[in-house]
Design a protein around this ligand. Structure first.
Ligand SMILES: Nc1nc2c(ncn2[C@@H]2O[C@H](COP(=O)(O)OP(=O)(O)OP(=O)(O)O)[C@@H](O)[C@H]2O)c(=O)[nH]1
Ligand SMILES: [Mg+2]
Length: 372
């Protein structure tokens, strides 16, 4: 006799819950970008992060020389600071000092400034006292600082000077955010250093900000894909662990829907690390196009049974139950396939939004289920 169909309503709730937990749980990462006017801060931000966050003039003023850039669905806050060169520098320094202290003292980690990029134009060959003071102020507040030499040339001799004069910065990274035309050579120097900056930033920000950081990175840069993939693989392993616990006592095959919210949460989190907008409706579309249209289909046309077919012998040998190792294996299989499909998509379409229909189609080809 076939096992009775479970009631789809509680499962629907559990799925909605898994999606909203993943979306809300993405957190927030706050980056302070400081430097003189015109050194290339906005250009740099738009080269590294998705969504043209630093479109000129769109920020909200925080102090007289500081603007904050945020956007709904985007887990990144950019605190854009100029005024290191203005005549009333002393006043703007005090304001900035107060801002840094206030943020550092906040109880919620989501208010903290998680990293600072101190931008100095490579060709200036100068580190101002104001820049040294700001670097010290940030380091004193426990904020990791990366010195970015903007509009840089390869092997700039200035890098060593900057390292010497700003010893408290973790790293000095020469960056060229835009291709540069060299008329004499009739050639363009390609962008450089963005991958190094992305990797150095990933190393310096706290664990709790890693998913938000991965989400915020534009897929235009190679290193961004590596950061996203690495983060997504962590989500897969966590979900595999949860699936194993859920099946710690072998669960009857008909109860395999206990794994569904775990896998839904995993798919949502992988999508988020690869740059999905943080919006419940968008993430729901991602999940349903991937796994099925509703809780009822998820039970009927079980993801679990599709995946079991991919593991030789698992379906028959398990005697109608799913053991912990099998639950972990099929969850990992689904997760790794999804990571591979998203990685591949981002590699083929750098800088483009995730196309959920295309992703679902590619996943279907890989593991045999999904839309259509
Ligand atoms: N060639 C080249 N030009 C750059 C690069 N980065 C920025 N620029 C140019 O430098 C100018 C200033 O860049 P922005 O990004 O607006 O500088 P900013 O630091 O945000 O300036 P403010 O907002 O005024 O503080 C623009 O014309 C950019 O196109 C780069 O890596 N290479
Ligand atoms: Mg700007």
């Amino acid at each position: 006799m076939p096992a009775p169909m479970p009631d789809p309503l509680p499962l629907q709730d559990a799925i909605a819950d898994a999606i909203s937990t993943a979306t809300r749980g993405a957190g927030r990462v706050n980056i302070l970008v400081a430097g003189k006017t015109g050194v290339g801060k906005s250009t740099l931000i738009n080269a590294v992060f998705r969504g043209e966050l630093a479109r000129t003039g769109a920020g909200k003023p925080v102090t007289s020389t500081t603007q904050e850039f945020t956007r709904p669905g985007h887990p990144l806050t950019i605190i854009d600071t100029r005024g290191l060169e203005v005549a009333d520098y002393e006043a703007s320094r005090r304001e900035l000092d107060a801002l840094i202290r206030e943020r550092a003292a906040a109880a919620e980690q989501e208010r903290h400034i998680h990293i600072a990029w101190l931008c100095i134009q490579d060709s200036s060959h100068r580190v101002e006292d104001a820049e040294i003071a700001l670097c010290n102020m940030l380091a004193d507040a426990g904020i990791p600082v990366i010195t970015v030499l903007t509009k840089a040339r390869k092997n700039s001799p200035f890098a060593d000077t900057a390292r010497e004069l700003l010893p408290r910065a973790r790293q000095v990274v020469p960056v060229r955010a835009l291709p540069e035309r060299i008329d004499e050579l009739d050639a363009d120097l390609p962008p450089m250093g963005l991958d190094e900056l992305i990797a150095a930033t990933a190393q310096a920000i706290p664990e709790a900000q890693q998913r938000a950081y991965a989400n915020a990175l534009s897929t235009r840069n190679k290193q961004a894909l590596e950061v996203k993939k690495k983060r997504a693989e962590i989500e897969v392993n966590i979900a595999a662990g949860l699936a194993a616990s859920a099946a710690a006592a072998p669960i009857p095959f008909s109860d395999a829907f206990a794994l569904v919210p775990i896998q839904v949460g995993m798919i949502a989190k992988i999508g988020i690390t690869f740059g999905m907008e943080l919006d419940t409706a968008a993430i729901t579309t991602l999940v349903t196009s991937t796994l099925g249209a509703s809780a009822a289909t998820l039970i009927g046309r079980s993801v679990v049974s599709s995946l079991l077919k991919l593991i030789p012998g698992a379906g028959s040998a398990a005697g109608g139950t799913i053991a912990a190792t099998t639950a972990a294996t099929i969850t990992k299989l689904l997760g790794n396939a999804y990571v591979a499909v998203l990685y591949d998509f981002c590699q083929r379409h750098p800088g483009k939004d995730i196309d959920t229909a295309m992703i679902a189609q590619a996943l279907k080809q890989r593991v045999g289920f999904g839309r259509g």
